[in-house]
Design a protein around this ligand. Structure first.
Ligand SMILES: [Zn+2]
Length: 300
């Protein structure tokens, strides 16, 4: 049976969500920092950051800000785009930039995922909008970053195809969505807790201070932020496993943790971004989305 959001996806695509947007370009050392978000009644929804360094753009932002992203890419003479992962707030303008001549790079699984027009849930349409499929190529271990070089670091967990980029000469880590916040309280249904922990441990073996996260950058103190997030994950893992050993249900464990946010943002995800998913990922592992499994196993 097809999941409900597969059936509703064509409707939301046609539904003109009355969103505005903001866009701002600033600089950090050698990087141009592009910050954008959709707004609703003047309120920012969820900011997304992309980073242009030399002729390389890391992530492409949301498609409703396409004009501004394309103009910034032209100014920076962008030749290649590296996608940290396939989610629509990162790949939203990749097809547009590819049509203007940029080469699009992603991990092996990422190449397959961005080639498919994946159905999105209601909140994804509201927060980020569309992301047209794009032909990408598998990224090589090192990427030219102007006068610098970025090394590709595997970073799965938040998604199966995620990568991070480490720039040792500057002490930067471009982390996609592997960080986002020190005290993560919710997971998407398909996020992998143990792979996320392994990714954070891998980050801690690297030298960096600036954490160029795609939602909440830390221009200094980035490594401490990663250490704090890993400590929080370990604490959660212990509490969840203790409760399970006492025979508690997932619902009861969530209640006892007392960390579930009450904001309306989580309500509109209809159960896709919840504390229960975080608890389940600790106890039973992630629940893969059917369209992701299909895209990864397809021959094209
Ligand atoms: Zn993501």
């Amino acid at each position: 049976m097809r999941p409900l959001y597969h059936l509703l996806d064509p409707i939301w695509r046609r539904f003109p969500f009355p969103a505005g947007h903001t866009f701002e370009a600033t600089t950090f050392e050698d990087a141009t920092v592009l910050r954008m978000t959709r707004t609703y009644r003047g309120r920012e929804l969820l900011p997304v950051y992309c980073y242009a360094v030399g002729e390389t753009l890391v992530d492409t932002g949301i498609s409703s800000v396409a004009e501004e992203v394309v103009a910034a890419a032209r100014r920076a003479k962008i030749e290649r785009v590296v996608l940290t992962h396939h989610h629509e707030d990162h790949s939203g303008n990749a097809a547009r930039l590819a049509s203007l001549g940029a080469e699009v790079l992603a991990t092996g699984p990422g190449v397959k995922l961005v080639a498919h027009d994946l159905p999105r849930r209601f909140y994804q349409h509201v927060l980020w909008g569309e992301a047209d499929p794009v032909e990408a190529r598998e990224v090589s271990p090192e990427i030219p970053f102007g006068r610098l070089t970025a090394r590709v670091i595997p970073a799965s967990g938040h998604s199966v195809d995620q990568l991070a980029l480490h720039v040792p000469e500057r002490g930067w880590l471009l982390s996609g969505d592997a960080f986002v916040a020190e005290k993560i309280k919710v997971f998407r249904g398909d996020e992998d807790f143990y792979e996320s922990c392994a990714t954070l441990e891998r980050f801690l073996t690297l030298d960096f201070d600036a954490l160029l996260c795609a939602h909440r950058p830390r221009f200094s103190g980035g490594k401490e932020a990663i250490r704090a997030k890993l400590a929080w994950f370990r604490e959660l893992e212990g509490r969840v496993k203790d409760s399970r050993a006492k025979g508690r249900s997932v619902r009861r464990i969530v209640r006892e943790l007392g960390i579930e946010p009450t904001s309306s943002f989580y309500t509109i995800t209809f159960g896709d971004v919840t504390t229960a998913n975080l608890v389940r990922s600790i106890l039973d592992g992630p629940r893969r989305r059917i369209e992701v499994v299909r895209a990864l196993t397809s021959s094209s």
